[in-house]
Design a protein around this ligand. Structure first.
Ligand code: ADP
Length: 258
């Protein structure tokens, strides 16, 4: 048996419902276990609940009903201190990269370590040489060591997302969450970023949950595909043995029966 199956899941949602006000049910009784080292792609159209689910995993939302456990922490009842510590172990990758354009690429990457440092930092040389070396190694990994001293804002979208990935690695995360990480990128850059995320999961054993719009990218790079429709799970399947038509068939049928 795969030893991962015997371990507690890294992320566990049990019967999670999230209401915003009286009218909106963003998540509807969602149960989901994600084992260590899995790359899970969350698919679904706009408004399906993908971001809301991700925000529950990092403790930015509390469920209206149900339980969320991440890295052994009960997110709903955790103290503020526990939640802060948990967030240090969860890296978030955004659609719009969220780099500081006027700062160098290297300083942006170094800032990923702020959660494990005490006090603010101003300027590249306020980070230790050890941290700067570590940041350069991550930049090398994403293929951008040569751009280390360029302003981040001068890079292409695909390059900026790779810098953002190097920055999140400075957190030494156990869990990565990505909210539409390639939605603003051209197809070639999207493939490069997806390959990078896939390789990081494989090499570092981190657990990745990424929302995506593109089914083909999910099929090519993820281990597992979970489809959301109106806040509920309508598809949960390993990616390997499927093709786009099969998934569209299952997803379409399940979605229309909800
Ligand atoms: P997705 O990421 O799949 O596009 P979201 O999780 O952002 O979907 O949204 C799911 C539903 O919840 C939508 O109807 C959205 O308008 C609603 N929603 C999300 N966040 C909030 C919020 N903070 N307040 C009110 N409604 C929200």
């Amino acid at each position: 048996m795969d030893s991962r199956q015997t371990q507690e899941p890294v992320i566990s949602l049990e019967g999670v419902t999230k209401n915003f006000g009286n009218d909106i049910m963003a998540l509807d009784n969602v149960s989901l276990n994600v084992p260590e080292g899995q790359f899970l792609a969350l698919l679904g159209s706009s408004g399906a609940g993908k971001s809301t689910l991700l925000r529950h995993v990092c403790g930015l939302h509390r469920p209206t009903r149900g339980a969320v456990r991440v890295l052994g922490v009960d997110v709903r009842t955790a103290s503020e201190r526990m939640t802060r510590r948990l967030r240090c172990r969860i890296g978030f990758i955004f659609q719009q990269f969220n780099l500081v354009g006027q700062l160098s690429v290297l300083e942006n990457v170094c800032s990923g370590a702020l959660g494990r440092l005490s006090g603010p930092r101003l300027g590249l040389f306020s980070y230790s040489s050890r941290l700067r070396r570590e940041a350069l190694e991550h930049l090398d990994r994403v293929g951008l060591a040569d751009q280390a001293f360029q302003h981040a804002g001068t890079l292409s979208g695909g390059q900026q997302q790779r810098v953002a990935i190097a920055r999140v690695l400075m957190q030494r995360p156990a869990v990565l969450l990505a909210d539409e990480p390639v939605a603003s990128l051209d197809p070639d850059s999207a493939q490069t970023v997806m390959r990078l995320l896939h390789d990081i999961v494989r090499d570092k054993g981190v657990t990745l949950v990424s929302s995506l719009h593109q089914m083909d990218l999910a099929l090519s790079w993820a281990d597992r595909i979970v489809g959301l429709q109106r806040g509920g799970i309508v598809l949960d399947t390993p990616a390997g043995a499927l093709n786009t038509d099969t998934v569209m068939g299952i997803y379409g049928n399940a979605a229309s029966s909800r």
